[in-house]
Write a protein that binds this ligand. Structure first.
Ligand code: ZN
Length: 432
């Protein structure tokens, strides 16, 4: 029997580590994640937790720490980079590590340095308390998630594939809500899957000329017509298995009714957040053409941020897009594409999470979620490694809105809760 954990002391320690971590500016670009790796490595070294680092580019580094018998095991995944800030809109210094009114303020507090420190403290507590392990626990801190993972998880896949070996990955991708809207019920979420990005560039070329003499081969006009047809292309709403499970879980908790027919589905899909989870989406994100008001341009291009439901074949989608455009002179270039893959809705992980959450938070519900964005989990899932988004905190919506926004913050109480839930989940999954 190991000594019980003093959660007040563990929370205070996590808070002081996170304050220092938030002061390390890892805005990506350029990232500079080596600073984060040095910081995390110094803490792990002091605790006697073995770790390795791998530099993916100058100033950019990744770290893995391991306890217990490998290979495989439970991987606690986190990214060390953050998105840039518009500091003029912040009430304080985004890299000040301020502790104020019970909150830690700073870029990365939620996405995802806070979660990273919860994971770090979990592996440290397992080590300090000499918890006997039957399977490995790894702490994997990667660079470059916010810019597409080329120097992080995708680099590791090519250069350190053994780092990605795991039975299970716990990552960002789903946050809990302290109060499900209008219900007074706290809800934890876990995400077994996510939408699949397909980033495209449309390019069309034509005959340049004088604006005073239209010649009927204006590439800018051709692009606008193609974009008009794309904007009018209806993407049908459809309930995938994860969303069916979400609707069922919400209905069972008395938090909503599952849509039973087409009109119910249309009502559900009226909300942009729900629609993003029920259909493929296309966002027109950039358009560029032209140099001067009286010059007909020779080239026009646009980018589309398409996000596909996890079971959609990207080739079929591209073929459909080509038909909708209906103009061979508009070329579709693929900027990046991925294959969709999911993790089981019912597994040892989901059952342990359900048990731990309901033991630690009275009346809480656990709801499956389809992440509308993408995370590094996608790289594990296509390798056949189950990966779940699961941030074990219960947030108010106004805090969630600070992710990638202004005044990002995490409450100290959520550090405490996240630490207790994460530690207990990992302990049950891995202890002998
Ligand atoms: Zn993130």
């Amino acid at each position: 029997m190991t000594a019980p954990i003093d959660w007040n002391a563990a929370t205070n320690e996590a808070v002081s580590i996170l304050r220092e971590y938030l002061r390390i500016d890892t805005s990506n670009p350029p990232g500079n994640e080596e600073r984060a790796v040095d910081f995390l490595g110094s803490i792990l070294a002091a605790e006697g937790v073995p770790f390795e680092t791998a530099e993916s580019a100058p100033g950019r580094s990744n770290l893995i720490a391991r306890l217990g018998p490998g290979p495989g095991g439970v991987c606690l995944l986190n990214h060390t980079d953050v998105v840039p800030v518009e500091s003029q809109f912040w009430d304080g210094d985004p890299f000040g590590g301020e502790l104020r009114d019970g909150f830690l303020w700073g870029r990365g507090a939620l996405d995802m340095k806070g979660m990273g420190i919860i994971e770090l403290m979990t592996i440290i507590l397992l080590k300090r308390h000499e918890v006997p392990l039957r399977r490995a626990v790894t702490f994997l801190a990667v660079a470059d998630e916010e810019a597409g993972s080329e120097f992080g998880a995708a680099w590791l896949e090519r250069n350190r594939p053994e780092w990605l070996e795991a039975d299970l990955v716990i990552n960002e991708g789903a946050y809990g809500l302290v109060d499900f809207p209008g219900a007074g019920t706290p809800v934890f979420s876990f995400a077994p899957g996510e939408k699949v990005p397909l980033w495209l560039r449309l390019v069309t070329r034509g005959r340049p000329g004088h604006g005073s003499v239209p010649h009927g081969d204006n590439c800018a006009e051709r692009l606008v017509q193609a974009l008009g047809r794309i904007a009018a292309w209806q993407q049908g709403a459809r309930v995938t298995p994860i969303m069916q499970a979400q609707f069922d879980a919400l209905a069972a908790a008395g938090l909503g009714a599952a849509p039973h027919d087409a009109s119910g589905l249309a009502t559900a899909a009226a909300s942009p957040a729900t629609r993003a989870r029920l259909s493929n989406t296309i966002s027109l994100t950039t358009i560029s053409t032209g140099v001067k008001v009286n010059v007909i341009p020779a080239e026009a291009s646009a980018t589309l941020d398409c996000r596909l439901l996890p079971d959609v074949d990207p080739d079929e989608f591209l073929a459909g897009l080509g038909t909708v455009i209906g103009d061979e002179r508009v070329e579709i270039e693929v900027i990046s594409r991925y294959q969709g893959a999911g993790s089981p809705l019912d597994s040892e992980f989901t059952r342990v999470v359900a048990a731990v959450c309901s033991e630690l938070v009275e009346g809480v519900r656990l709801i499956p979620e389809l992440t509308p964005g993408f995370t590094d989990s996608r790289i594990f899932r296509v390798r056949g490694v189950p990966a779940y988004g699961f941030v074990p905190c219960l947030l108010p919506p106004e805090d969630l809105a600070t992710i990638h926004g202004h005044n990002e913050r995490i409450g100290v109480e959520n550090i405490r809760l996240g630490l207790q839930v994460m530690y207990e989940v990992v302990r049950r999954l891995c202890s002998a």
